[in-house]
Design a protein around this ligand. Structure first.
Ligand code: MV4
Length: 459
């Protein structure tokens, strides 16, 4: 196992990774920006190094600053957490050149999955179901029209270098295709420095379902079941759960095996998430792969009984999956996560400032991942996620009851949070019945805005 690891992140995930290291007997090094001087990830690491001013580009995204810190502290490995440098293949290459182990897949694999169209072809080759669409990128609007005829309208144009919803255009008629093609291409060129597009059949009201994968460095791959992530707004997930009510055990088994074979073929290593859209017939279609640990990993940890961050560290240190995982992976109960954001619960505007009261719920089956505390400060420079509330029950109904109880005991004052929004979602009959798709929040917010009081929240 590593002697010393640097955590190249901040907030709850930095603390989450530091905790895993601590429990494995690994010395820890935190890096921080000037805005995070008083953060818990700094306080609870064995060593901490300031890497620059508050702005991300000058601190947490500053590759030379992070690498210098790693060299000064003499670490053997870097854990990137999620976001920031976690899916940056160039960073992983600099780590490799500096003789520092990057805790994640090899840069070649990250690069392959970053080119969404190549990832799609790789999945297709391994018989993983993909949506009807173009084979490779589309050069011109005319070519796009030809593909759209074969696929059938509506279609969606996506950026090859994209992901996470940017640079996408839904096209419903041949007439509007040329305009959408040029707009999407321009937006992609602007956002990703690459205007290349590909096309897929558009699914109207999909569910977002993703599979958690672990792969060791000896060619072994395991599927740790799926998460349901359809409760989102503008591509920001709000609530995730595991398992999905809509994935049958045969589908889970079959797709899990297929993914393991495919990812072994590709040479995948470490933790990864394969994203699917589920159509109205309950069929899953691959859309993209994320080559990192995800925000919502704790719901999988709860139902699978596996510490995914410890698994990442042990895999990167060369251990084999059969030494890390139980002999037989099984789903136990049901888990739900609410992302507690520092933002207005209806307007979604960020709410930075000093926290005055921070009462965290606990008890059987309740987990809170946070780096916040009473008198802590939420800086205006970063992501609004301040805590994740995760509950684990014997079934979904028990998990919902536990979540409602825990939310009612989660008290944050000084800043605004999404806690009351989560309480309102949990009361929704559609949510309670498990009947929802990726349009849920749009409908939910429109309905509440139209209601008599105009407010979602109970007093
Ligand atoms: C789609 C789609 C419908 N059909 N692809 C949005 C983010 C990116 N990862 C993929 N996205 C979508 N791709 C086809 N062929 C609908 C979405 C989509 C979506 C997907 C998952 C979760 C939330 C979403 C919200 C809007 C659109």
């Amino acid at each position: 196992m590593f002697r010393k690891v640097l955590v190249a992140n901040r907030g709850e995930i930095a603390l989450r990774v530091l905790n895993a290291c601590r429990e494995l007997g690994i010395r820890t090094v935190a890096v921080y920006s000037e805005a995070d001087r008083n953060s818990l990830h700094v306080r609870f690491a064995d060593e901490a190094i300031c890497i620059g001013p508050p702005r991300l580009a000058e601190s947490y995204l500053n590759v030379p600053a992070v690498i210098s810190a790693a060299e000064i502290a003499d670490v053997e490995a870097i854990h990137p957490g999620y976001g920031l440098l976690s899916e940056n293949a160039n960073f992983a290459e600099v780590c490799r050149a500096s003789n520092i182990k990057f805790i994640g897949p090899p840069p070649e694999v990250t690069r392959l999955m970053g080119e969404k169209e190549k990832a799609r072809q790789a999945m297709k080759k391994a018989n993983v179901p993909i949506l009807p669409g173009s084979d490779g990128v589309i050069a011109t609007a005319g070519e796009a029209q030809t593909w759209a005829e074969t696929v059938g309208y509506p279609v969606i144009l996506k950026a090859k270098a994209g992901g996470g919803g940017r640079g996408m255009r839904i096209v419903r008629t041949p007439e509007e295709l040329p305009n959408h093609f040029h707009a999407a291409s321009g937006e992609a060129a602007n956002a990703f420095g690459n205007g290349e597009l590909y096309m897929e059949k558009f699914i109207e009201r999909p569910r977002h379902i993703e599979f958690q994968i672990l792969a060791d460095e000896h060619g072994n791959v395991a599927s740790l079941f799926e998460r349901e992530c359809s409760i989102q707004r503008r591509h920001q997930k709000l609530i995730e759960e595991a398992p999905s009510l809509k994935v049958t055990s045969s589908l889970r088994e079959e797709l899990g095996q297929m993914l393991c074979r495919c990812l072994a073929e590709i040479g995948y290593q470490n933790a990864g998430t394969v994203e699917f859209l589920m159509d109205e017939d309950g069929q899953l279609h691959f859309i993209e792969m994320n080559t990192r640990i995800q925000v919502e990993h704790p719901v999988t940890e709860a139902i699978a009984g596996v510490d995914l961050v410890k698994a990442q560290l042990r895999i990167a240190a060369g251990e084999r999956l059969d030494a890390i995982l139980p002999a037989k992976l099984e789903i136990r109960g049901h888990a739900i996560e609410c992302r507690i954001n520092a933002e207005h619960p209806q307007k979604f505007t960020p709410s930075a400032g000093q926290i005055t009261v921070f009462n965290v719920p606990g008890g059987n089956g309740v987990r809170v991942d946070t780096a916040q505390y009473a008198e802590g400060v939420v800086p205006p420079y970063y992501d609004s996620l301040i805590a994740k509330l995760i509950v684990h029950g014997n079934d979904r109904a028990e998990a919902i009851a536990k979540m409602e109880r825990a939310l009612s005991q989660f008290v944050v004052r000084g800043i605004e949070t999404s806690i009351s929004l989560h309480q309102a979602i949990l009361r929704d009959p559609g949510f309670r019945a498990g009947e929802f798709d990726t349009k849920f929040m749009e409908n939910f917010l429109a309905e509440k805005a139209g209601s008599r009081s105009g407010t979602i929240m109970a007093p």
